[in-house]
Design a protein around this ligand. Structure first.
Ligand SMILES: [Zn+2]
Length: 266
C-alpha cells in the first residue's frame, strides 16, 4: 500500500427514473489513519401488495446501511459478521412494534461490506452483489456469494420468481432481512493490506457488465472502473442494455436495474 492519497469514487443510477433507487451505498474514512469502510446494499423489490410491513425498501436499506457504516467504522474490534448481525438487529428493532418481521416479504437486501486499515482488508458478501480485490501485480479476485447461481433456475429470472424458489430458506439463498443469524451465511475474508491495491463493490445492476453482457472479465471490469470511474461503468451498462433489443443477453430480465459501483484505490 502506498502512503499518501486514497481515491474513492461512487456512482449509482436507478433502473427506472420513476421509481426509487433501491440500491444504497456509502463510504467512510476515519479522521486519522489510513482506514476506511465501504457499504453497498441492493434492496430486494417485493411484489406489490404483499407483506405486513408499513415501510418501503429505501427505508430499510437506509437504516441497515447507516448501522453498517456506523458500526464498522466505530467498532473496529468487532468482526464484520457481528457488525452485520447487530445492524440487522438494530434495523429490526426499529419496526418490530409496527410490522410483522416474520413475513417472508419483510424488507431485505444483499450486502457488500469492506473495511480496511494499515494491516488488512476485511470483506463480507451476502447474496448477489460482488466485491473485487486487486493485487499490486494486477491480479483481480472476485468475491461472490454464488448460492443464487446454484439454484436450479435462471439467474435472470425476476426477483419474484427467485423469491418463490428459495429466498432465506435452507438450500436457497440468503439476504439481510430481520433475522441477525443470516450474517453467519455471508462469505467473509481478510487479506493483508499489502496484497490489495484497489477494491470495488458492485450491485448486480452494475456487475451485468461481466455477468450478463460478458464485455470482459472481472479484471477488465476493474480496469474500466480505474479508467472511467463508477459512472463510466454504469453508463456502459446502460448502452449495452439499450442495444440488446433482441434480448440476446437480457432474455427475460428487466431492461435496466438499479446499478451502483464503488471504486477504491488504496
Ligand atoms: Zn416495517
Amino acid at each position: 500500500m502506498q502512503t499518501g492519497s486514497m481515491r474513492i469514487e461512487l456512482a449509482t443510477a436507478p433502473g427506472d427514473p420513476a421509481r426509487p433507487n433501491e440500491d444504497w451505498a456509502a463510504t467512510a474514512l476515519p479522521a486519522a489513519g489510513r482506514g476506511g469502510v465501504l457499504v453497498v446494499l441492493d434492496g430486494v423489490t417485493p411484489p406489490p401488495g404483499n407483506g405486513d410491513c408499513v415501510h418501503d425498501v429505501p427505508w430499510y436499506t437506509a437504516r441497515l446501511g447507516g448501522a453498517l457504516t456506523e458500526l464498522s467504522g466505530s467498532r473496529r474490534d468487532i468482526p464484520l459478521t457481528e457488525i452485520l448481525a447487530e445492524s440487522i438487529r438494530r434495523t429490526a428493532d426499529a419496526h418490530r412494534d409496527t410490522c410483522d418481521l416474520s413475513h417472508p416479504r419483510t424488507p431485505q437486501a444483499t450486502v457488500v461490506l469492506a473495511r480496511w486499515d494499515e494491516e488488512a482488508v476485511e470483506h463480507l458478501v451476502l447474496s448477489d452483489s460482488a466485491l473485487l480485490l486487486e493485487s499490486p501485480e494486477g491480479v483481480v479476485r472476485a468475491v461472490l456469494d454464488d448460492r443464487l447461481d446454484r439454484l436450479p433456475s435462471d439467474r435472470l429470472v425476476s426477483d419474484e420468481v427467485a423469491d418463490a424458489v428459495a429466498r432465506n430458506k435452507e438450500g436457497g439463498f440468503f439476504t439481510a432481512a430481520a433475522d441477525p443469524s443470516v450474517a453467519g451465511r455471508a462469505v467473509t475474508g481478510r487479506t493483508p493490506a499489502g496484497d490489495v491495491r484497489a477494491l470495488a463493490a458492485l450491485s448486480d445492476g452494475a456487475s451485468r457488465w461481466v455477468e450478463t453482457f460478458r464485455e470482459g472479465d472481472w479484471a477488465g471490469c476493474l480496469a474500466l472502473l480505474a479508467k472511467t470511474g463508477p459512472q463510466g461503468l454504469i453508463d456502459r451498462v446502460r448502452e449495452l442494455e439499450l442495444a440488446d433489443t433482441d434480448r440476446t443477453y437480457l432474455r427475460r430480465g428487466k431492461t435496466h436495474d438499479d446499478a451502483t459501483a464503488v471504486y477504491v484505490e488504496l
